[in-house]
Structure formats: C-alpha cells, structure tokens
Write a protein that binds this ligand. Structure first.
Ligand code: HEM
Length: 231
C-alpha cells in the first residue's frame, strides 16, 4: 500500500463542468440529426468507399420482411432538420459561454498550447505507447490534452461557421463564398463531424485509462491527490 498523505483539491470549476456535460448530449444529438440529414444526399466518399453503406441507415434491411433497426437513420430528413436546427442554438450558446468563461477566468492558461507543448505531447504519446519510461511533466493538462482540447474548440468554431454557410447559403453568401462555396463548406462540415467522433473515442479511452479519480473530478469538481513525501 502507498502511504502518501492524501488531500482533496479543487480541479474543475462548476461552470466548466456544466459547459462540458451540456455539450456532450447536445453534440451527440447534433451528430445523430446531422446523419439523418446527410442520408438524403449521401455524397461523401473515402477513396472508393461510399459513406455510409446501406446497413448503416437501416440495419434490418436484409431480413425478410425488412425490419427497421433501432437506430434507423433513413427517410427522416425533416425530423433530422428539426433537431439539428433546434440544437444548434444550444451548441452555439454553450460553446460561446464556455470560451468566454475560459478567457475571463484565466482557465485558458491550462488549455492554450505554448512553445513546449508539442514536445510535451510527443513525450505523452511515447510514454502511452510504452516507448519512453520517464513520465511526462503534467500541469492540470498535459501537452497532448492541450492540443486536443484547443483543437476541439477550434473544430466547434469550424462547425459553426461551415454550418451557417450551408444553412443560409443565400443570406450568408459572403460566408459561403469565402469558404470556397457550398460544396466545400458541406465537405468541411461533414469531416469536422467525423473529427468529433474521432476525438470522442480517443478522449473517452484516455479518460478510462486515467481512472475514476480523474473522471469523478469532472463531475464533482474535486480530485484526490497524494502529497509528495520528501525523505
Ligand atoms: C462520455 C463522454 C465524455 C467523458 C466521459 C468526458 C470526460 C472528461 C474528463 C474526465 C475531462 C477532464 C480531463 C482531465 O482532468 O484530465 C474532460 C475534459 C474535457 N473534455 Fe470531455 N468527456 C466526454 C465528452 C466530451 C466531448 C463530446 C467533448 C467535445 C467534443 C469533450 C471535450 C472536453 C474538453 C474541451 C475538456 C477540457 C475542459 C476544460 O477544462 O476546459 N468531452 N472530459
């Protein structure tokens, strides 16, 4: 047993926890409803592979008689649009408030990458892959987290801007043209969504790896830390 003295320390402010946990279901519904819209004109490809195959939209389609799947995504364009255009307000307002709070409270100092961040992030990756033994230096967030969190905030901004460009391509035509036109804006909007899914899997895997104490701190705000004992 490790007998270092333990203490409870505040880690995440209440406001950040609210913004974070509101963002998660809102973004999940944005992605789901976005796919309902995408289905109506599924043009994206990954090389020769169409995104997405039939079973993705209606998993029971090969059964006789065809069975609707639980996450049936086809033929629900209007429903998708209603959800998407309602939730976009929550996503945008929550995101703006998060960025404002982070800027005003000084929390940005824990997130914004600095000159050493890239080196730190490489160190974190090598350590996680067991290619480097020595633990990376860790403030509130390590270098890899700083890059990932700043990146995902910029992705949120990107989704908003490209979203406006394809939501109102006539009224916001200047926006749409600056982004390279409707098709380019739609392409970027789609791949940002794929990026969120990629971020989600890596983020949740890292949260599971980091353990209960780290996760609980994002819920309660507090973390248990062990004091360093100097002999
Ligand atoms: C089941 C889903 C999720 C879980 C369990 C989760 C968990 C966590 C935890 C535990 C932290 C704190 C990390 C630490 O202290 O080392 C964190 C931070 C963060 N997460 Fe998540 N997260 C989830 C979904 C998301 C999603 C969908 C996004 C955005 C797309 C996101 C973006 C962030 C950001 C930006 C931070 C840093 C927040 C700050 O301190 O300002 N998370 N998350």
């Amino acid at each position: 047993m490790d007998d270092k003295p333990l203490r409870i320390e505040e880690k995440h402010p209440l406001a950040i926890r609210w913004f974070h946990w509101v963002n998660f279901p809102v973004l999940a519904i944005m992605i789901w409803s976005g796919l309902l819209i995408y289905w109506a004109n599924g043009v994206m490809h990954l090389g020769p592979i169409a995104l997405f195959p039939d079973w993705f939209y209606h998993p029971g389609y090969q059964e006789k008689p065809p069975k609707p799947g639980v996450y049936e995504l086809s033929a629900r364009l209007a429903e998708g649009m209603s959800w998407h255009f309602l939730l976009m307000w929550f996503f945008t307002i929550n995101g703006i408030l998060y960025v404002l709070y982070t800027a005003i409270s000084g929390e940005w100092r824990h997130i914004l990458p600095s000159r050493n961040t890239l080196r730190e992030a490489i160190h974190v990756v090598l350590h996680d892959l067991h290619l480097r033994k020595e633990a990376p230096s860790q403030g509130k967030f390590n270098g890899a987290q700083k890059i990932a969190y700043t990146g995902v905030i910029l992705m949120g901004l990107g989704s908003l801007v490209t979203g406006i460009a394809i939501y109102k391509p006539v009224q916001a035509s200047l926006f749409t043209q600056l982004l390279g036109g409707y098709t380019v804006a739609r392409f970027l909007h789609f791949w940002l969504m794929m990026g969120f899914i990629g971020f989600f899997f890596v983020h949740v895997a890292q949260v599971i790896r980091a353990g209960w104490n780290n996760f609980r701190a994002m819920v309660t705000g507090y973390e248990i830390v062990a004091d360093e004992v100097t002999e």
